[in-house]
Structure formats: C-alpha cells, structure tokens
Design a protein around this ligand. Structure first.
Ligand SMILES: C[S@@+](CC[C@H](N)C(=O)[O-])C[C@H]1O[C@@H](n2cnc3c(N)ncnc32)[C@H](O)[C@@H]1O
Length: 338
C-alpha cells in the first residue's frame, strides 16, 4: 500500500454528464484511484453496473478494495472497450493521462523532479521501459517522438544528446539523468516550465501508445454506446484534446455525399453537448486540474458502421514498444462547442 493519492478532476461535472440512467451499465475506462468510479457507483441503482478498465496494477489493487458487486474491474488497456457487446452501455468516461500516484512515486519513472528508474510504463508488467526504448531507438525515431508528442522545438538536439550519451557506454537509466541531459540540450524554455516537461510527456505518450489507444477507444465507443448514451472525455494536453474534439466533430457533422449533393446528408452518430473547464476554485485547490478540458457527446440512434480510423499524426518511422502490432511512434452544456 503506498501513500500517494489522486485528486479527481471535474468529479461532479463528469459524473453528472455521464449518468443519465441509474439502472444502466457504465464504463470508467480509466479507473485510476477510483474517484470517478466511487461517485458513479453512488449514483447507480442496485441494478446498475460499472465496468472499469486500467492498465496499472496499482489501480486494479485499489479497485479490489471496493466491495461492490456492481463493479467489475478489468486490467486492460481501454482500447479493449470494443470487446463489450454492441449498444450495451449507457456511458463511457475517459479521464486521460496519468494519475497523481503514478507521477508522485519516483519508482514509476514518470517524474523529472524525483529520481527513479526511467520506466514510464502504466503497466510495468509488460512492454518496453523508456530506458530500454531510448537505448535502442534510432536518433530519427527519438527526434520524431519528441517533436510530435512533445511539440518540442529542440527535439533533434535532444535526440542527438541521447544517442551521444549511449555511445559513451552508459545509456540513460534514471529519470534525473535523463532530465539533466534534456535540460542541457534545450536552449530556451517558457517561464515556469521545466526544460524536460515536453520530452517526458512525449516519451510517456509513446511508451504507453496513449494517442493510438485513445483513437481506438473513441471509435469503439460508437459501437458500445446505446442510443442517448454519453461519451465523456477529460484531456490534459492539446494532443489528446484535439483527438477528442475532432472525433466528436467528425461524427456530429452531417456528411454530404459529394456524388449526390442534393440527397439527405448521412445521419450523425454523435451530438456534441458540452465543453467544460474546471472552475477557478477547483484549479486553486488542485493545480493539476488547470489544463483539463472535458468534452461531452451523446450517441444518436443511428447504427455505427465499421469504419477505418485515420492514422495521421503519428511519427512514421518509430515502431511499437509495448506489444502493439501497428507501427507507431509511434462552455457549458447546450452552448457552442469548440
Ligand atoms: C487521470 S487517471 C484517472 C483518475 C480517476 N478518474 C480517478 O478519479 O481516480 C488516468 C488513469 O488511466 C489509466 N490509463 C491511461 N491510459 C490507459 C489506457 N490506454 N488503458 C487503460 N488505462 C489507462 C492510468 O493508468 C491512470 O490510472
């Protein structure tokens, strides 16, 4: 049992947006420490159900402490959402990224402020650690990942420094030595931002296939949500939010067939309901909430067809480190939603 805790972001707002039928079956795709899950269970009637996913064994252990037969915990990546029966759930919640215990426990290797093994896996029982990947990847792969997933201007300089370091025969093994190496290669930084912030974010996203799994889970949600079921996505950086925003926009927009421009447009699968930011009071109480954006959409009655998901926006030359088969590096409700 560790002592690190997680303060749930947008707790009331997310659960209120998610739960419309207390008898329904819901999915918490990112159980974490169960903040949202416990609140969802409180909202549900005895016949309601909650299926939770998390990759992290510590999250699974936390779920085991909840003695509630309505909760079913799955130690899986949320891309496995598609294994649920079609149109079987009344709501899907994705509270993306990592939990505070993952960041705060140096042994998990996510922190550039505290020393620990350079790991960064949400599920340390499988896949490749950050250290192993950085020890083997090409300079070009590393630069692409840091550029594309960290939006880092100095990606090439950082990748060169990583490769030069491993040529000394002492590849990077610890978080602080990685952070120091990055700081040495980054020439300028936004005030208040640690020089390694963007690089750590990039490597973490890559190691955990975060964006690819998000795309898969969103696509799967179209199949598993019932009509009027809710999709609630909380993101913490622009790459995630862009994927959620574009996904909802794509399925909420009536598509006109160019070959038959006067025909009725194809019906939409989603209705965009809301874009919600944490209140000033929440950010003051929990600074980690400051970048959160929650998007809410409602499934329409229209049946989903199996559609290939666009694969743009991933670094081209990097290959999967953690068991994936594909090549990858890798407002208020009712108001206008942007
Ligand atoms: C921000 S935390 C969720 C916190 C949770 N809502 C709470 O209130 O305690 C994100 C969690 O999602 C998990 N996670 C991230 N990506 C995942 C994925 N692709 N599949 C399954 N779990 C994932 C992480 O391990 C982490 O525990």
């Amino acid at each position: 049992m560790n002592t690190w805790s997680h303060t749930t972001v947008l707790l009331n707002e997310a659960v209120e947006a998610l739960v419309s039928d207390p008898q329904g079956c819901y999915v918490d795709a990112t159980f974490g420490r169960g903040g949202h899950a416990r609140r969802i269970l409180r909202q549900l009637a005895p016949a309601g159900r909650l299926i939770a996913f998390d990759k992290d064994p510590e999250a699974v252990a936390e779920a085991a402490r909840i003695a509630d037969p309505r909760l079913e915990m799955r130690h899986r990546g949320f891309a496995a959402l598609g294994e649920l029966p079609p149109a079987s759930v009344a709501g899907v919640l994705l509270d993306l990224g990592i939990s505070s215990p993952q960041i705060d426990n140096p042994e998990r290797g996510f922190s550039f402020r505290a020393d620990g093994p350079l790991d960064m896996r949400m599920d340390p029982s499988r896949g490749q650690s950050a250290a192993d990947w950085l020890a083997a990847a090409s300079q070009q792969q590393i630069a692409e990942v840091i550029r594309d997933y960290g939006e880092e201007r100095f990606a090439v300089a950082i990748a060169k420094a990583i490769v030069a370091r491993r040529q000394t025969g002492h590849p990077l093994a610890r978080t602080l030595e990685f952070a120091e190496l990055v700081a040495g290669a980054v020439r300028t930084r936004e005030p208040g931002q640690h020089p390694a912030t963007r690089t750590f974010q990039a490597v973490r996203i890559f190691i955990n296939a975060e964006l690819e799994e998000l795309r898969q889970a969103l696509e799967a949600s179209l199949h598993v949500l019932q009509p009027a079921g809710r999709l609630v996505v909380i993101s913490f950086h622009s790459l995630e939010d862009r994927i959620a925003k574009q996904f909802i926009a794509r399925h909420a927009r009536a598509v006109v067939d160019r070959r038959a421009p006067f025909a009725e447009p194809a019906p939409t699968l989603l209705r965009a309901l809301a874009r919600v930011r944490p209140s000033d009071a929440e950010v003051a109480a929990n600074p980690r909430a400051r970048s959160a954006i929650m998007r809410v959409a409602e499934r329409t009655e229209v049946a989903a067809r199996v559609s290939p998901e666009p694969t743009s926006g991933r670094p081209k030359s990097a290959s999967a480190p953690s068991g994936g088969s594909a090549a990858r590096a890798a407002t208020k409700r009712g108001g206008p939603v942007s």
